[in-house]
Design a protein. Structure first.
Lengths: 137, 178
């Protein structure tokens, strides 16, 4: 387990939190995507028609681009980031839109993807924390 | 995940080149009067100026797939009460949405800033990589233009057809038809 965020100093810590937000609501149809190993996050401004499929999160800043080798935490469970599609960081930065796929791929299937190991998607509920830590390098 | 496999190769190829937009040719015989635009900006994305329709009236446009895109093209035909060009894209109204609005007389609308009813939307412009938005708008019966060159994919791909979706569209892939 990682330490709490308040132990993360600006320069004197090895743990670099690139992105941190919290789930505010989970759409009724989000489970359909989760069953296929896909979690679709959107920031709070997402139009209503996206709410039913999406997991909405609080507004958050992407401090550094997400990259392969980072660690993504979803609701208390950590997963290694295997690869990051070329649109993924732009989506997160501008829309709070993060597409996480539990598909085990080392090359992005689609350009918006952040790929994690091929395991069942964890349950996400309002209050679940989403964090991305820089990989140890 | 067999659902995605057949598109994997194509998407990977597109991912490598997705930021490339076809460079428009110099004004041709089709546009003899086209003046040179001297504005600063991305020359590759600069579309030939076209006069807007008279206020309160509308024109139809054909929206084609870009070189890396998918689909046979859509006809966008705004009408009174259904004239929003609904941009669901990062960074505000996308230039493609603005261009469709300029040519048709429709109203550019930022889906991340305000709320609209589907009955008011002439078309949606998205910048989707192929998972969520790509299927949501076709499923809702909204004509959908993806500025990225995505092919039908994602859990909702069964809703995506040539009749409701086109992709890879740039500002120069939109033309007025009568």
């Amino acid at each position: 387990m990682r330490g709490p965020p308040d132990t993360v100093g600006p320069s004197n810590s090895g743990i670099d939190v690139k992105y941190e937000t919290e789930v505010s609501s989970v759409g009724e149809m989000a489970a359909e995507f989760a069953a296929e190993g896909i979690l679709v996050f959107f920031g709070p401004d997402a139009p209503e028609e996206l709410h039913e499929f999406a997991i909405l999160t609080d507004r958050a800043e992407l401090k550094e681009p997400i990259a392969a080798g980072d660690v993504l935490e979803v609701g208390g469970t950590e997963f290694p980031v295997l690869c990051v599609g070329e649109l993924a960081n732009e989506n997160v930065a501008t829309l709070g839109h993060l597409v996480v796929k539990f598909n085990g791929l080392n090359e992005p299937e689609l350009p918006g993807d952040v790929s994690l190991p091929a395991v069942p998607a964890p349950e996400v509920v309002p209050g679940s924390r989403i964090r991305v830590f820089a990989g140890g390098s | 995940m067999a659902l995605f496999d057949r598109f994997k190769k194509k998407e990977a190829a597109e991912a490598a080149t997705i930021s490339e937009e076809p460079v428009p040719a110099a004004p041709t015989a089709m546009e003899p009067e086209a003046p040179v635009v001297a504005e600063a900006g991305d020359a590759a994305e600069e579309a030939a100026p076209v006069e807007a329709p008279p206020s309160g009236s509308y024109r139809k446009v054909k929206v084609k797939a870009g070189m890396k895109g998918w689909g046979t093209g859509l006809v966008i035909s705004p009408e009174p009460g259904k004239d929003l060009i609904y941009s669901v894209t990062g960074g505000g109204i996308h230039p493609v949405a603005q261009r469709i609005a300029d040519l048709t007389g429709g109203k550019p609308f930022d889906g991340f800033k305000s709320k609209a009813n589907f009955s008011e939307i002439a078309c949606a412009v998205i910048d989707c990589g192929g998972t969520a938005r790509i299927g949501v708008y076709p499923m809702k019966g909204v004509l959908t233009v993806d500025v990225h060159g995505a092919s039908p994919s994602g859990p909702l791909m069964r809703f995506i057809t040539e009749e409701n979706f086109v992709s890879g569209t740039g500002v120069n892939d939109i033309e007025v038809i009568d």
